[in-house]
Design a protein around this ligand. Structure first.
Ligand code: MSP
Length: 514
């Protein structure tokens, strides 16, 4: 029985270029949460996609001698390839150039116009083309774009405006009544003070480029990218069409997972658009930190972007996923380096997790022909290990529900480390030398294998490829009932199970060769 629905989204990425490891972080994090919710009994819908309109795409395509559509088609194929390589298991991929999406954006625009929430005026401001954002004079930093540091141009144009200011009080009241809507708390405080400073109406159309969705009642204008982009979260569910079962079932979203840079759009503009249209608001917007390089941000112009495909090729998708999920603490920035990635693989995956299985399987094969027998009544050391194993799924569930993914991974790591220590403490290699200790030896090895099962079930959302390698070595590949979250009760592996030695799960990386 399903525990209910769970709808999670990633931002839709600009196909202005290939994606880098920072983009991969957002999507892998959403995938891990989606997989975790599925594992714990939810009916999950996971959406990602691409945000394909705008001046920047139009210009880039032109530079490459392609039509915008040809250009985005190629880049988006690359996105899908990357997600497949990273084992990202989304339910749908929405492209803003699809008819199903354009229709909803047009209806929204028309509706807001008809009810007087969109009006025509003129707009003057400093425009940064790469960021597709207008800035006021005082927002500029040394006369340049405060986000990317590049040149801005002064533009004045006839534009349509959305009456955001009208909804400021309603928004503030909503946040007061729903303090968890914006996570983490520090971001909520930032957003609240931004709105309290006075919310201006939002310019929602452009006439300076063509590559966009036409304003239905004034086709000289195209819809401003953010209004277009944000609508994806419901256009993908069939909102407003005859086929809107997904919308009925999954909206409002449980979580919009986004990077800190686009919190304002998701926590202010999007909810206000929905309020104006009398539609339910998403339950939560969670802003994560950025993956930085020692020298600062990753950017094409600096030539320091890290290509996830290269890393997957070298270290495998599971290891890259684990590193990303483990490395960035909730809401904060983290630094990427290949050395840190290699160290994570060596310490957490090779020395701790992989080694726990390989050393235990070796001993089982050597001392007991691999056959597990019923464990005997437990001593103090055993109790401690078992209690930690039983506690960990609850701790992990709690962290994952709070989207504290790295803390969840850390908790699983603690259990694995405890089991390795337990092997040192119980020293099965010494027990094996004494016939009289045969039962004790079996109990120790059984306990460690059972911990390995707990850890593997819990790690599956992080590393979806491990079960197919681990379950055969543990002799339980044909027992799906032992792979479920509900099976995390102690002592489920039956006596008679035959453990085998198999391939090394995570080979150690020679740091000196990096
Ligand atoms: N198209 C908009 C989103 C529209 S959502 C309705 C956009 N696209 S983006 O491609 O520029 O960025 C997508 C996501 O990638 C953002 O959440 C952004 O924070 C994230 N990241 C980009 N670089 C990143 C890092 N270096 N580290 C972590 N996340 C980063 O914004």
């Amino acid at each position: 029985m399903s525990k209910g629905t769970f709808y999670i989204t990633t931002p839709i990425y600009y196909p202005s270029d290939k994606l880098h490891i920072g983009h991969a972080y957002t999507t892998v994090a959403a995938d891990a949460i989606a997989r975790f919710k599925k594992l714990t009994g939810y009916d999950v819908y996971f959406l990602t996609g691409s945000d394909e309109h705008g001046q920047k795409i139009e210009r880039t395509a032109k530079e490459k001698g392609k039509t915008p559509q040809e250009y985005v088609d190629k880049i988006v194929a690359g996105f899908k390839h990357l997600w497949a390589e990273l084992n990202v298991d989304y339910n749908d991929f929405i492209r803003t150039t699809e008819e199903r999406h354009k229709k909803v954006v047009k209806t929204f625009f028309q509706q807001l116009y008809e009810q007087g929430d969109i009006y025509k005026s003129s707009y003057k401001g400093w425009y940064c083309t790469p960021c597709e954002t207008f800035f006021t004079e005082y927002q500029l930093e040394e006369g340049k774009c405060p986000d990317c540091g590049r040149e801005v141009e002064l533009l004045e144009e006839e534009s349509y405006f959305f009456r955001m200011s009208k909804y400021a009080d309603r928004w503030l009241k909503f946040i007061e009544e729903n303090p968890d809507f914006i996570q983490p708390d520090t971001r909520r405080n930032e957003m609240v003070s931004f709105v309290k400073q006075g919310l201006e109406d939002l310019c929602v159309s452009r006439t300076t480029f063509d590559w966009g969705i036409r304003v239905p009642f004034d086709p000289k204008h195209v819809v401003y990218v953010w209004v277009d982009a944000l609508t994806n979260y419901i256009s993908a569910l069939g909102y407003g069409s005859d086929n809107d079962q997904l919308y009925q079932k999954y909206w409002p979203a449980n979580v919009h997972l986004v990077g800190k840079d686009i919190m304002r759009f998701h926590t202010i503009i999007w909810p206000i658009m929905l309020m104006a249209l009398n539609l339910p608001l998403p339950k939560k917007v969670v802003g994560h930190g950025w993956l930085l390089l020692e020298g600062g941000k990753m950017s094409k112009s600096k030539g320091n972007v890290v290509d996830p495909l290269v890393l997957i090729d070298k270290y495998g998708a599971d290891a890259v996923r684990y590193y990303l999920l483990r490395e960035l603490p909730f809401g904060s920035d983290g630094y990427y380096s290949e050395e840190a990635l290699a160290k994570r693989i060596n310490n957490d995956l090779a020395n701790d997790y992989g080694n726990l299985l390989s050393r235990t399987a070796s001993m089982l094969v050597k001392y007991q022909q691999g056959v597990l027998q019923k464990p005997q009544p437990q001593g103090e050391l055993d109790e401690e290990l078992i209690n930690l194993a039983l506690e960990t799924p609850k701790v992990v569930e709690d962290y994952m529900n709070k989207l504290q993914i790295s803390a969840a991974a850390e908790a699983i790591g603690k259990l694995v480390a405890r089991a390795n220590k337990y092997l040192e403490e119980t020293a099965p290699w010494s027990l094996a030398k004494d016939e009289a200790q045969a039962e004790r030896l079996n109990t120790v090895l059984y306990n460690v294998i059972e911990v390995m099962r707990f850890a593997t079930v819990m790690l599956t959302p992080f590393m979806p490829n491990i079960p197919e390698k681990v379950w055969p070595q543990m002799g339980i590949e044909d027992k799906p009932e032992l792979h479920s979250w509900e099976s995390l009760r102690w002592g489920q592996i039956p006596a008679g199970t035959v453990v085998q030695r198999g391939e090394v799960l995570f080979p150690r990386i020679d740091l000196s060769k990096l």
